[in-house]
Design a protein around this ligand. Structure first.
Ligand code: FSO
Ligand code: SF4
Length: 538
């Protein structure tokens, strides 16, 4: 195995014996083989386009789903990868059968082994390092593209689940993956392709925004209790709102309260979800704290989409996976049939008594923020709001992530903090007060809602008749996995400069590629909160 797709990669170089995330070599090799098989499907799709042969939409949907299953913390179950590999090859061959051209040797002609052990052995020969490329910098950009495509695939899959699709997004997934096996592009062409990935990701995020708000309404500012009510309980984590909605429907009137964990917190802001009286509050913090927090939860736990960590023995029997998520030994429920989760919750003790704790606020997605754009713009013009910080991105286990807590604590009282994704749990319950009624801490949603932040930045730039880079707005980002890579590429595609990125820089960027980003986008590694605040606010 060799994997360096996420921020916590071993020694900042790569996981080659066991993933820091818990990914075993077998799963890593199978994921590599799936990516290889999807590259072959991409090559077939590119050839089909050249011959004017239509690629079915469900091929794109499958491609996105399969790619998403290789993201960090999504699926750790070897058995789940065999059907995906076989389906990629079957879809590739179905397409190839319609073509006049002969597909090139390699991923497009690869024949899968007959069993899981054989597939694993094949995967060991088709890892990231086996992609043909002699130039280190181009290899770095190829890997960046693959990780960015994984992020796009995640957003495209989420959007497709709610019926929002664009064939142009799928086409880019094919083109991009097929390109990783070409050797005729120079460095400049590779930079352009990586930025194009950011452009396509913006479209995928736009689709997802339309999907979520279309199905569940525009989020509204909402107070969310951090305490609990006496009674049976289910904890829902991950990002999938449809799973949550189905669970809310199926638990209505059953005496079970539903709590969110991690990235599910912003779900409380959606009108079509918050209307359920038993959708009570938020429990715990970000994904990397699940061992402690899940072990103490007295009900069933449902993992939708990425974020799962190796479950402790104490709760392996009460944690359920759904969708693309998998952990060997954890019960997987399919197609929104949450009966086993509900039965488990009813059999478990639940919370013995009410407990009032603090509350937090969420629901400041683009529609809500735009609704107060007038007063915000006035406050900026009157000098009451001096600066906006987008402190956003992922959380993780590294101690360096305290930077983000400290940054928010130290940001002056005349500044506003916009936040999204799970990094917010470093400061989500801080009482930062307000500026003339505008809360200083605005939770815009999940990492899946980065589109909201972009919309708000663009709207502010329009209101002030300037470019996004000329706004009193600074982006202080934290990254962990591949959705964050895709978002970063989107920001670069939009020409956003001066991004501060941490806690460490991606291992897959060579010094030359990093220098290019510094020279063209003034992208910087975070230093200390004091130094960075001083540099930004002068
Ligand atoms: Fe991931 Fe980041 Fe959203 Fe977190 S991009 S790590 S688990 O923000 O939650 O999926
Ligand atoms: Fe290592 Fe991250 Fe890959 Fe897991 S996803 S194997 S932690 S680089």
């Amino acid at each position: 195995m060799f994997c360096y797709q996420c921020e916590q990669t071993a020694k900042g170089l790569g996981c080659d014996k066991l993933g820091v995330c818990g990914k075993k070599p077998e799963v890593s090799d199978l994921q590599d083989l799936l990516v290889y098989a999807l590259t072959g499907l991409g090559q077939a799709a590119v050839a089909a386009k050249a011959e004017g042969v239509a690629v079915p939409m469900d091929t794109g949907r499958f491609f996105a789903k399969a790619m998403f299953s290789t993201l960090t913390n999504v699926n750790f179950d070897p058995a789940d990868f065999m059907p995906l590999i076989l389906e990629a090859v079957a879809k590739r061959d179905a397409l190839a059968g319609l073509l006049k051209a002969k597909l090139p040797e390699g991923p497009a002609t690869y024949v899968p082994a007959a069993d899981l052990a054989g597939l694993t052995a094949q995967g060991a020969k088709h890892g990231l390092k086996d992609i043909p490329e002699a130039n280190d910098d181009i290899r770095s950009l190829k890997h960046t593209l693959i990780f960015g495509i994984k992020g796009v695939a995640a957003y495209a899959d989420h959007a497709a689940i709610l019926g929002q699709e664009d064939p142009a997004v799928y086409e880019f997934l094919y083109d991009g993956m097929a390109a990783t096996f070409t050797t005729d592009k120079d460095l400049g062409a590779w930079v352009a392709l990586v930025l194009k990935c950011g452009e396509v990701n913006l479209r995928a995020m736009e689709l997802l925004d339309a999907a979520n708000t279309g199905a569940y309404g525009h989020p509204v500012p909402t107070v969310v209790p951090l305490g609990h009510k006496a009674g049976k309980a289910i904890l829902v984590s991950g990002h999938d709102l449809k799973d949550l909605k189905q669970l809310l429907e199926q638990t209505a009137g059953k005496g079970i309260n539903i709590y969110t964990h991690g990235e599910m917190l912003p779900a409380h802001g959606y009108p079509e979800l918050k209307k359920y009286p038993h959708f009570y509050g938020h429990y715990g913090t970000a994904w990397q704290n699940q061992h402690k927090e899940f072990a103490a939860f007295p009900g069933a736990i449902l993992m939708t989409t990425n974020c799962i960590q190796k479950p402790a023995e104490s709760y392996l029997g009460s944690i359920f996976t759904t969708g693309l998520v998998g952990w060997p030994g954890a019960v997987h429920v399919k197609n929104g049939e949450f009966g086993p989760v509900i039965a488990k919750a009813l059999a478990m003790p639940g919370f013995p008594a009410d407990e009032d704790k603090d509350t937090v606020m969420t629901g400041f997605a683009h529609n809500a923020v735009m609704g107060v754009a007038g007063p915000v713009i006035e406050a900026v013009k009157a000098g009451k709001i001096k600066h906006f910080f987008l402190v956003a991105g992922c959380d993780g286990a590294k101690p360096g992530r305290n930077y983000y807590t400290e940054f928010v604590e130290k940001a002056p009282a005349d500044t506003i903090i916009l936040t999204l994704a799970c990094g917010k749990f470093r400061f989500f319950d801080k009482k930062l007060g307000d500026i003339g009624g505008i809360p200083r801490l605005l939770d815009m949603g999940q990492c899946n809602d980065a589109y909201s932040a972009i919309q708000v930045a663009v709207a502010l730039a329009k209101a002030f008749e300037c470019g996004v880079n000329d706004l009193p707005l600074s982006m202080i980002l934290s990254w962990y996995e591949q959705k964050a890579v895709a978002i970063l590429l989107t920001l670069l595609h939009l020409g956003v400069k001066n991004i501060r990125l941490g806690p460490t820089l991606p291992a897959f960027l060579t010094p030359n590629v990093l220098n290019f980003l510094v020279a063209n986008y003034d992208i910087k590694a975070i230093t200390t909160p004091d130094e960075d605040l001083k540099a930004i606010l002068g």
